[in-house]
Design a protein around this ligand. Structure first.
Ligand code: UN1
Length: 527
């Protein structure tokens, strides 16, 4: 059993069914064939050309969750036109009032937490304990953003001239295009959409094609909370067909994307050419570093959770374990035993520790890295997909640990996004920190030690946006800035207080009440 399950069992809500037909007014129109729709210009509508794609449960692919619109450029055009109208309305709504809508969204998410968590697990596979946490992250983000409606501080500073006032305030920017991944189907959309909304922007939301149902529930909740319809538009579909026209649309000045570094580079090129404001959250190759003075129990629990929680599908997942050579053998023996004890299964089942991967392509990718591990290292456990008939054809992969990985080799530097942990040994803090830093990514890092000097050296020297001491590489809190350095990001942060800068434009205001021409940067006091 995984350490994160602990003793504190959350009582199951008795068989809450995942609705295929949300109950509120303004609901997506769905037929008996579970057909979902886009939300554009205040209406639930099909894709312009009527095409659809299937959304299936990765734990049992014969479970068809529904058909969703396979949108294209025309749908995006309509959504952007609507969002432009919404922007005009929303920008003039007082920010505290905008905040109240988010407060109600937080309340509704709280009331529907179990239902949304179940829908999310059904479509993307991670265990219920985790999708509940995912929804909770959205709730926390809602309440933080709601109160920000009463702050959104500008600055008032002294002017260098007499009888002159100088200050700044924040203005909304316009239509924001939000492109989100599958792994946090509620938290990540809320990280982007709530701050954008409280700042007065409108939104076109293109969720990951593996998690459209959670996105539909989210939009439904926003509408029920009182968000005016044109302010939020939902366009389902694939990145190349629906995401690309959104990124390229001239009336969308802001893009926020979470996903692969490869796709982020393409988006970055377009946004650079079109002078768009862009926030990128991309790959990671996060390391947990364990020193001999650490609590071994704590470090073992940390790496199990960091590497195999969410089936390794977090940008913050622990993908490398850096072990001091003096403790490596003992630590690995214990770790392998515990990894073998993890129970794979449907995330909706109470007995499951690790759910399936998101799809077949993810299984193949993880398998190719496991094969590389067999060639170049030592596969201590796992290494193969689980195809047993009793697993309902789900996309399961054994938790895999590869030891003897050479620093700089592909297993040591490439993002896998699956349950595969590469183990590297080191002899000194200098060496460990250098190995941590030698990858192109820089999201999170974790150091297990009881030495205060090693701890503070790590905080200073590790090239990551987030460093944990005695905690795993995953688990960032919603009210602190989230993001990474190097190829993980492009300098922006989500969450916390910093994200409000991204979603607002600074207006500088000078008011001269001297009644005469005063010239800045010129000595006015002696004339
Ligand atoms: C991600 O993996 O894309 O810090 C986000 C964490 C979570 C968020 C992860 N709160 O692991």
């Amino acid at each position: 059993m995984l350490p994160w399950r602990g003793n504190r069992r959350i009582p199951e809500v008795a068989s809450v069914p995942v609705p295929t037909q949300p109950a509120q007014t303004g609901k997506p129109a769905e037929s008996m064939s579970q057909r979902f729709q886009n939300f554009i210009a205040g209406q639930w509508v099909d894709a312009a050309d009527g095409r659809t794609f299937e959304n299936r449960n990765p734990a049992r692919p014969d479970d068809l969750i529904g058909l969703f619109p396979r949108s294209g450029g025309l749908d995006v055009d309509r959504a952007v036109a609507s969002a432009k109208r919404g922007f005009e309305l929303w920008r003039s709504t007082p920010a505290p009032e905008r905040g109240m809508v988010l407060k109600r969204a937080g309340d509704l998410l709280t009331a529907r937490k179990e239902e949304v968590a179940r829908a999310a697990t059904r479509e993307m596979g991670k265990v219920l304990l985790e999708t509940r946490g995912d929804v909770q992250e959205g709730i926390d983000t809602a309440y933080y953003a709601a109160t920000e409606g009463r702050r959104l501080f500008g600055h008032t500073v002294p002017s260098e001239l007499r009888d002159k006032w100088a200050m700044t305030y924040r203005r909304p920017i316009g239509v924001c295009g939000m492109i989100t991944p599958f792994n946090f189907p509620m938290a990540i959309p809320t990280w982007k959409i709530f701050p954008a909304l409280v700042c007065g922007n409108s939104v076109v939301f293109k969720p990951g094609e593996d998690v459209p149902h959670t996105a539909a529930l989210f939009v439904e909740i926003l509408l029920e909370a009182g968000l005016p319809p044109d302010v939020i538009n939902l366009v389902h579909g694939y990145g190349e067909e629906a995401g690309k026209p959104l990124v390229e649309h001239p009336d969308v000045p802001v893009i926020s994307f979470t996903g692969s570094t490869e796709t982020g580079a393409l988006i970055g090129a377009t946004c650079g050419r079109m002078h768009k404001r862009l926030s990128l959250e991309m790959g990671g190759k996060n390391a947990q570093i364990v020193f001999p003075d650490a609590s071994m129990e704590l470090a073992l629990e940390g790496v199990l959770w960091g590497a195999f929680g969410t089936t390794g599908q977090r940008c913050t997942a622990t993908s490398r374990l850096l072990l001091h050579r003096d403790i490596a053998d003992e630590f690995l023996t214990e770790l392998v035993g515990r990894a073998r004890g993890l129970r794979l299964g449907d995330g909706l089942s109470d007995d499951t520790d690790v759910g399936p991967l998101i799809n077949e392509a993810a299984v193949e990718k993880t398998l190719s890295y496991a094969a590389l591990g067999a060639e170049t290292g030592d596969v201590l456990t796992g290494g193969a997909p689980v195809t047993a008939a009793e697993m309902s054809g789900g996309y399961y992969f054994e938790p895999t640990i590869v030891a003897g990985v050479a620093p700089g080799s592909r297993l040591a530097v490439e993002e896998i996004f699956g349950p595969l942990l590469s183990v590297i040994t080191f002899a000194s803090a200098d060496e460990a920190f250098a190995i941590n830093n030698e990858v192109q990514y820089g999201l999170s890092s974790s150091v297990y030690t009881t030495d205060v000097r090693t701890s503070f050296r790590a905080l200073a020297e590790l090239d990551n946006g987030i460093t944990y001491i005695n905690a795993p590489t995953i688990g960032a809190e919603a009210h602190l800035p989230f993001g990474g350095v190097k190829m993980t990001g492009n300098g922006h942060r989500e969450g916390g207080w910093e994200v409000y800068d991204f979603y607002s434009e600074t207006k500088v205001c000078y008011v001269d009440y001297s009644g005469r021409l005063q010239r800045a940067q010129i000595d006015n006091y002696d004339d």
